[in-house]
Design a protein around this ligand. Structure first.
Ligand SMILES: NC(=O)c1ccc[n+]([C@@H]2O[C@H](COP(=O)([O-])OP(=O)(O)OC[C@H]3O[C@@H](n4cnc5c(N)ncnc54)[C@H](OP(=O)(O)O)[C@@H]3O)[C@@H](O)[C@H]2O)c1
Length: 164
């Protein structure tokens, strides 16, 4: 199972200036619960934006640079290679961004764990359209904003519709 994990705003924005658009502890907790113990695949820019390997997960970073090195992560040169290594570790693989990597993995993903943040914040990086002919929403949970989480949000699961 290949799962994309992403948080989008109302305009499908996911980031700006190589940073996230919000700080929502509720979503960070959700992300940790979903991905802990499993391999996570991300683009080099997302890794640099996080700044360090995510603990308790094999971090697989995709880059075309052949002189780029970071301690504690597995660096690969293509999406295919990332998936190949991740599959050796676990059956459950998580693709965690960013925009460039999401664009290239919508076709191979089986599931999307989507957080929709009820905010319209200017962004320079976006998540691709979720085509309802291809994806079916199978779960949705609403969380109201509170003193620690500035925006209302939905946790939604989309599964790829299997062709017969
Ligand atoms: N809201 C969310 O859930 C979420 C999640 C993740 C990230 N983000 C945001 O997204 C933004 C970053 O996304 P991004 O689109 O700019 O960058 P990205 O997808 O994180 O990384 C792009 C980089 O990945 C490498 N790459 C991409 N495709 C490749 C391929 N086919 N083969 C080999 N290497 C490949 C290249 O690295 P090299 O240049 O090293 O070759 C490329 O520059 C940030 O603002 C971040 O905060 C948001």
């Amino acid at each position: 199972m290949i799962t994309i994990v992403v948080a989008i705003g109302e305009n499908s924005g996911i980031g700006s200036d190589n940073q996230m658009l919000w700080h929502l502890p509720k979503d960070l907790k959700h992300f940790k619960e979903i991905t802990s113990g499993h391999p996570v695949i991300m683009g080099r820019k997302t890794f640099e934006s996080i700044g360090k390997p995510l603990p308790n997960r094999t971090n697989i970073i995709i880059s075309r640079k052949n002189d780029w090195f970071e301690e504690g992560v597995l660096i690969v040169g293509s999406i295919k290679e990332a998936i190949k290594f991740a599959k050796k570790i676990d059956d459950d693989i998580f693709i965690i961004g960013g925009g460039n990597i999401y664009q290239q993995t919508m076709d191979i993903a089986d599931r999307i764990e989507l957080t929709t943040v009820k905010a319209n914040i200017e962004a320079d990086t976006f998540f691709p359209e979720i085509d309802e002919k291809i994806w079916k929403k199978t779960n949705e949970v609403f969380h109201e904003k509170d003193e620690k989480n500035q925006y209302d949000l939905y946790f939604q699961t989309y599964e790829k519709i299997k062709s017969e």
